[in-house]
Write a protein that binds this ligand. Sequence first.
Ligand code: PEP
Ligand code: MG
Length: 325
Amino acid sequence: KKEQLQLLATVEPITKDGVTLNLAANMSSIKELDIALKHGAFGVGLFRTEFLYMDRHSLPTEDEQFEVYKLVAENVGDGSAVIRTLDIGGDKPLDYLPLAEEENPFLGYRAIRICLDNVELFQTQLSAILRASVYGNVKIMYPMISSVEELKQANAILRQAMEDLDRRGIAYNPDIKVGIMIEVPAAVTIADLLAEEADFFSIGTNDLVQYVLAVDRMNEQIAHMYRPFHPAILRMLRMTVDAAHKAGIPVSVCGELAGDERAIPIWLELGIKDLSMSPQSLLRVKHRILNTNAAEAKAEAAACFKLSTVSAIEERLSAFPERGS
Ligand code: PEP
Ligand code: MG
């Protein structure tokens, strides 16, 4: 089975009736680049940079980061390398950046909030990403955006980083695409406003599900309540996609849900073409896409959008495509 799936690495992810999806890889370490390439990833849709900052005693320098981002940029071929800025939080302490213990780390001091407070740290990372942007199709993505102000502040620091590189005479792509994760419910509801300031959206279902359903993604006791196919999530996905399409900006999905074959009809119905997932999921998802009829899948998903319970939605999606074909 595994050998058979491996044969799909160079096959295009296209449905039986000719709809093409793009499958990119999520990466949380540099080791995963080989697996992503071996599994035929079309670029890196989410490069988690946290590992560069962890298990060490000082901040990674601009040069150190640049080397890593450059390596990713040079290896994505016709795809792109979406580098997400630091998404560290109270649950992942760093020796050299003491963060207070928090009652609710997921609602606390994390990600873009820390970066906007630590301009030097943030600008160093942005400079390193900018420098890598001349070696491949690099994009910047901010995590945990919950307001237009945050996005504007982040972009102001990005402009500072560009001006600083200009002064140093270092090359970068001045037209680099800058997008945001949609993973906080507030961002979904103001997606139309955020779309005016962002070049693209990537929906982070891991956090979105925990915040929309008020279910801690790490808490075993309530793991059974962590349900990505909740009607509230489907509605949030639709709102985000509608806002992106209206504004004419691309929207992708990079949470774990992108690697769940049952969700394929949802993506087809919403018109989402770009998915980014853990490299281990790529071939499995591609196999399902190759065996899917998009017209039937869309009808199935449209029916799911009308259902009122998670279990009814899950049952229908789990029974597809057997039901449809
Ligand atoms: C997400 O929240 O869906 C996501 C992709 O980011 P992370 O899992 O790194 O929080
Ligand atoms: Mg997240």
